[in-house]
Design a binder for this molecule. Structure first.
Ligand code: IFM
Length: 441
């Protein structure tokens, strides 16, 4: 029987994604460093420490791996606390080092996608009240201006804020992120300030670089009713999706932040995204339950039968990727999968997770959804926030003692996919045999 293949549109961006605090090492001037020093905040008392030692130069060999793996883009983030260690000081050396890293990407033919805020705030920002007050906005705007002026010769693709919904849920609704508060009103304030911060960043970037492409990265969760023919489950799933998935992106379209219980008008945010970044990992079923007040009366659970990741953090819900991209069409702008991946130290699941999610992206592209790129999380194992080093997300493993990188089979599979700009039947049979029948029936 002749073998077959599926292909992505010409010019599709293939990359991996990383973030400053997770890979650089030695970040001691931000809210996460402070969080790590407090007992009980990070699993097993783990610390980011040297991380993947990118600040010590290891980015070079990791970017070599990305380029040798036929990727044509890389998503990284800038650490605000390095660039502006105190409100009145810019660290030009740090900026120059970021310029070097980004030039390193360009030299390796990796188009840089740069995130300006990925969960971490400088400690001085935290001490000013973080994103809880409007005071942060003018500082953020100045930081963005400084970075864009320094990097605009090399960077066109910008992500203003990574996963504002996770920052808010994690930090203000008991999710294990700093500042560890549980306060709905503060959560709303922070979300609104992040919308304002995004809007200010959008305008600042475009003023400095008119042809920039600016978006943010949304953590999209596929929230489905547990009993699709039971209206209360449908309402609860819809309500949770409205708040978690729709609110931020909606505000950037309409200028209104709609958090279901409260609507905040932010007119300056309307029309401030050139593309929508989607970080898609997993989904939940939502069941109406009067005893689940903490979950807004919609108890979330793992879809029955879904394959679970190593530590039970991710349920493999591949159709959720298609649903995410389908949902995103309503914004009428191009789409990027800015993150997707799974924690899996022995790579027993990652190859299947990867090919099956990519098939969903391919389906979307074939229905002419405007999806333009895919970034796998992540290039190499890195510091996974409150879960420390207990989860391994890399195409490459990391030995933290020696800083050696360990090639996982998925690194070879992803390289073959990027080179082909698609998936061939041979590839899937070789690296993800269990998915072969499903993808190529
Ligand atoms: O590691 C994180 C990343 O920082 C943000 N998105 C999800 C990833 C995996 O949990």
């Amino acid at each position: 029987m002749p073998k077959t293949a599926i292909h992505f549109p010409a010019g599709f961006l293939w990359g991996t994604a990383t973030a400053s605090h997770q890979v650089e090492g030695g970040n001691t001037n931000n809210n996460w460093y402070q969080w790590e020093t407090q007992p009980g905040k990070i699993k097993e008392g783990m610390r980011s420490g040297l991380a993947c030692n990118w600040w010590g130069g290891k980015w070079k060999e990791d970017l070599d791996r990305a380029a040798e793996g036929h990727q044509n883009s890389h998503r990284m983030s800038i650490e605000w606390s390095r660039v502006q260690p105190s409100p009145d000081r810019w660290d030009e050396d740090a900026l120059e080092y970021y310029r070097q890293i980004i030039r390193g990407m360009v030299d390796r033919k990796l188009e840089p996608m740069v995130t300006l805020h990925h969960f971490t705030d400088p400690l001085w920002v935290t001490n000013l009240g973080g994103w809880e007050t409007g005071a942060v906005l003018s500082y953020f705007e100045r930081y963005v201006k400084k970075v864009v002026e320094a990097l605009k010769d090399y960077v066109k693709l910008w992500v203003t804020i990574n996963e504002p919904n996770v920052y808010v849920w994690g930090g203000y609704m008991g999710g294990g992120f700093p500042p560890g508060k549980n306060d709905m009103n503060l959560a709303l304030q922070v979300m609104a300030n992040m919308v304002r911060g995004h809007a200010a960043a959008y305008r600042t970037i475009h003023a400095a670089q008119p042809d920039a492409r600016v978006g943010f990265a949304l953590n999209y969760r596929d929230l489905q009713p547990a009993r699709p023919d039971f209206p209360p489950d449908c309402w609860m799933a819809g309500l949770q999706a409205k708040i978690y998935n729709d609110s931020f992106a909606g505000a950037l379209k309409t200028g209104k932040l709609d958090m279901a219980f409260k609507k905040i008008s932010i007119p300056e945010a309307a029309g401030t995204q050139d593309y929508l970044g989607i970080n898609y990992y997993t989904g939940d079923l939502v069941k109406f339950d009067l005893s689940a007040g903490g979950e807004m009366f919609g108890r979330r659970s793992t879809p029955p039968g879904a394959e679970m990741s190593e530590t039970g953090f991710i349920a493999k819900v591949t159709e959720g990727m298609f649903r995410a991209l389908s949902w995103a069409r309503k914004f009428g702008i191009p789409l990027m999968v800015t993150e997707n991946g799974v924690e899996d130290s022995d790579d027993h699941l990652r190859p299947r997770y990867l090919v099956e999610h990519l098939e969903q992206v391919w389906r979307a592209a074939n229905y002419n959804f405007r999806v333009q790129g895919y970034y796998h999380w992540s290039l190499v194992d890195n510091f996974e926030w409150e879960r420390g080093w207990t989860q391994r997300w890399g195409l490459w493993g990391l030995d933290r003692e020696t800083q050696a990188r360990i090639r996982r089979p998925s690194a070879d599979l992803y390289a073959a996919i990027c080179r082909e700009n698609g998936l061939t039947q041979e590839m899937v049979e070789r690296w993800a045999a269990q998915s072969a029948e499903k993808l190529f029936p």
